[in-house]
Ligand binder design. Structure first.
Ligand code: FAD
Length: 450
């Protein structure tokens, strides 16, 4: 069947796009959403059922709809969750909120367009339609759309070492995808665990281990050994930032931001002031400065920008202070079997090799910005000239309206929503930004039907 819009993917970006399309498209229109995720709308982020996996954005900024900012807080209140707009809800609740919001929209049948949910993976694309682009699905079917919205996320992180020389027994102690929390049940209470990566995923796993009564040691290894910082319990007002007045050379920009942080008395108010303007700032940076940012400033940006809820941070800090968790900075070189698993690494700033002996290795290298390499579908689309990787290899080339330039060579138009568009927008991985982008794309698609 040829749909007016085909949304590929089933995480937050896809559901947010579909919700907006349902609101904006006429009754005669049709939408298909194709995804291989068991819980449409939850993706990796909101599938968790563990209560300590908290949002890292306050509830008041997590509404699905930018024009109804209180929607999530109201949903929480209706469910008797004692949380305010400034509090950090659980990600599990957020997943339920997305599901409920979509269900509420779909229940309202009057005047609503057709929406088909297709649980499948899109494995390839087909260019045999005059004004649509087709997709082959792994269930053997084919669908096509006049407008396509690619919402494929950035994929799971790959293990940063070769496992092929390790025995099956050793490999069974390497947790490549820690989001299936069932691995926690296999861990002995006093085992030693090495976590690769020191970002938000690491914190999630440490808290989950602790809640499971784990008492052994956790050694965290990452290139710089930087761990996420915390949100303030009582946030100061966001600093006023005039993006137009900021320098665009990276070294000067960092200097100005440091000075502003000093003046504000808390760097968090500068980050909070910058937050809604980061896209505007990114759009002003020349490509060379963007590259400099990615090469030199990214790890620092990440720990200041992607902060954790204050109480979550306190729990993590207590585990660090007790010595249960230690963080090392270094470059992983290889992993060998030596009774347990031996991780050989070169400490940062040192020349002598060092190693960590662990019973388990957990891959928390997080959502590496893998460009389009993670997706066979995107690679095929690139080969066929339908899309292009952006110059910084963060995702796809899109214009300021999230539209793939040139697109399909026929009348079909391809858009992308979410982290795949980071080359154009940079700040496009979290709900407050994705929901605006999804609205804009849905409006553009609705405009095509008029
Ligand atoms: C652990 C974690 C916590 C987070 N916490 C927050 C937070 O507190 N606040 C916040 O604002 N943001 C948070 N984020 C950011 C979060 O990534 C976004 O909010 C959002 O979930 C991204 O959704 P997405 O749909 O773009 O990508 P994803 O969630 O990755 O979804 C992509 C989907 O596409 C599907 N897919 C891929 N290829 C195909 C194919 N060929 N065919 C069909 N389907 C396909 C995948 O199976 C997947 O379901 C968090 C992210 C993570 C990982």
């Amino acid at each position: 069947m040829i749909y007016d819009a085909v949304v590929v993917g089933s995480g937050f970006s896809a559901i947010s796009t579909v919700c907006n399309l349902v609101e904006l498209l006429p009754e005669t229109a049709s939408i298909a959403i194709v995804g291989d995720d068991p819980g449409f709308g939850r993706g990796t982020a909101y599938r968790t059922e563990f209560y300590l996996h908290r949002l890292n954005v306050p509830a008041g900024r997590m509404s699905l709809f930018p024009d109804r900012p209180n929607a999530f807080v109201e949903w929480l209140r209706e469910r008797k969750r004692p949380l305010d707009a400034g509090d950090f809800a659980s990600r599990q609740d957020y997943g339920l909120y997305i599901r409920d919001s979509l269900a509420a929209l779909l229940r309202n049948r009057k005047g609503r367009c057709r929406v088909d949910f297709i649980k499948a993976k899109a494995t390839g694309c087909v260019e045999r339609y005059a004004s649509a682009l087709g997709f082959l699905l792994d269930n053997g079917n084919e669908i096509a759309g006049r407008s396509i919205v690619l919402c494929l996320g950035v994929g799971n992180a790959q293990l940063p070492f070769d496992v092929s020389r390790l025995s099956a027994g050793a490999r069974s102690h390497i947790i490549e995808n820690p989001w299936r929390l069932s691995w926690l049940r296999r861990v002995g209470k006093i085992d030693t665990i090495c976590i690769l990566g020191s970002g938000l995923t690491m914190i999630d796993q440490v808290l989950a281990l602790s809640a499971h009564g784990f008492m052994g040691k956790i050694v965290v290894l990452s290139r710089r050994g930087l761990v996420p910082l915390d949100h303030a319990s009582h946030a100061k007002p966001a600093a006023e930032i005039d993006v137009g007045a900021l320098p665009t050379r990276m070294s000067e920009l960092l200097h100005v931001l440091r000075r502003k942080s000093k003046d504000a008395g808390d760097w968090r108010s500068v980050m909070d002031g910058l937050r809604p303007k980061t896209q505007a700032l990114w759009s002003r940076l020349p490509e060379l400065e963007r590259r400099r940012f990615l090469r030199h400033a990214l790890p620092w940006w990440n720990v200041h920008r992607h902060r954790v809820a204050p109480d979550v941070f306190r729990r993590f800090e207590t585990m660090m202070q007790s010595g249960q968790v230690s963080v090392r900075a270094g470059y992983l070189q290889n992993v060998e079997e030596a009774g347990a698993l031996a991780l050989h690494y070169r400490p940062r700033g040192g020349s002598l090799a060092a190693w960590i002996e662990a019973d388990w290795i957990v891959n928390c290298t997080g959502m590496e910005r893998a460009g389009i390499a993670h997706s066979p579908l995107l690679q095929e689309m690139q080969r066929k000239g339908l899309i292009n990787a952006d110059p910084l290899r963060l995702g796809l080339t899109v214009d300021a309206r999230s539209r793939v330039p040139g697109s399909s060579g026929n009348d079909a138009v391809i858009y992308a929503v979410g982290a795949l568009t980071a080359g154009q927008f940079w700040e496009i991985t979290a709900v407050p930004d994705i929901r605006v982008q999804a609205r804009n794309v849905a409006q553009a698609i609705a405009g095509r039907l008029r």
